[in-house]
Design a protein around this ligand. Sequence first.
Ligand code: ATP
Ligand code: MG
Length: 286
Amino acid sequence: MTTTAPSAAASTAPGAAVLAVDGVQIYNHLQDTVTVESISFEVRPGRALGIVGESGSGKTITCRALLGILPELFEVSEGTITLAGRDTATLSRSEWTALRGTTISAVFQDPASYLNPSIPVGKQLAEILRVKKGQPRRAAKQNTIELLEKVRIHDPEYVYFQYPFELSGGMLQRVLIAAAVACEPQVLIADEATTALDVTVQAEILDLLTDLKDSLGLALIVVSHDLAVVAELCDEVLVMREGQVVEQGPTERVLYEPSHEYTRLLLDEHHRFGLERFLRKPEETA
Ligand SMILES: Nc1ncnc2c1ncn2[C@@H]1O[C@H](COP(=O)(O)OP(=O)(O)OP(=O)(O)O)[C@@H](O)[C@H]1O
Ligand SMILES: [Mg+2]
């Protein structure tokens, strides 16, 4: 993209963690319960962290805390989240708005629900560039077409004018990924981003995420029920259960030598579905 508009993104020293989560607890004031307990991790440019765990274990709530969009009555009650060198607890609402998209961004399941059904997808992407980056109409359109190419959409000039209902689930997820990386964020969260897609399309999207991570130097956080997804994409894994991190470490170690019974259970389930095809043996990576 060729823009000279000043970026709202905060900066990170080379090689430093772009996002550091330290001892974070997330409290639910509605039920007076701790939803997530003492979670810590770091992500660096060009690296990927996987978060796995059963439904309701707190994966999405954790991601929402990272994005500054916790549901009402949820609060980061302990610990710190440092995003591009800034303690997010100190951010005002407008500072958060400026950082979202430009420094940290996300894609979720069900891409159609994030798009306006009555506006062509290209125009919706161009609007992001106009609002967030101050690009004039013509440049925003040209850059949108480049973005659509970047997420490997063929015939982007044609797709630009298509409405969400005209596109498949895989295509819509590509459009949402394009929207998420439009303002060159440093961190991208993919929360069950491929769960609803069929296996072939899922593989294509995972491949695209890996490609973007490497080419744009994104720090990627991948949330999935599917250990195979995490095994394929991630350098490190964090296993959650009932709001607690039961295990975390390098992917090969966690998946080959799990030290927690729960991780072993998750692995047993997945071995039946051929996790091996995604795993490199530790000796191969040494
Ligand atoms: N918007 C919300 N309002 C109230 N409670 C919520 C909300 N979102 C999540 N919770 C609660 O917070 C806890 C953690 O939920 P979360 O969505 O983080 O789970 P998850 O690990 O992402 O599960 P899944 O794998 O099903 O997506 C659950 O007890 C859930 O009921
Ligand atoms: Mg979730």
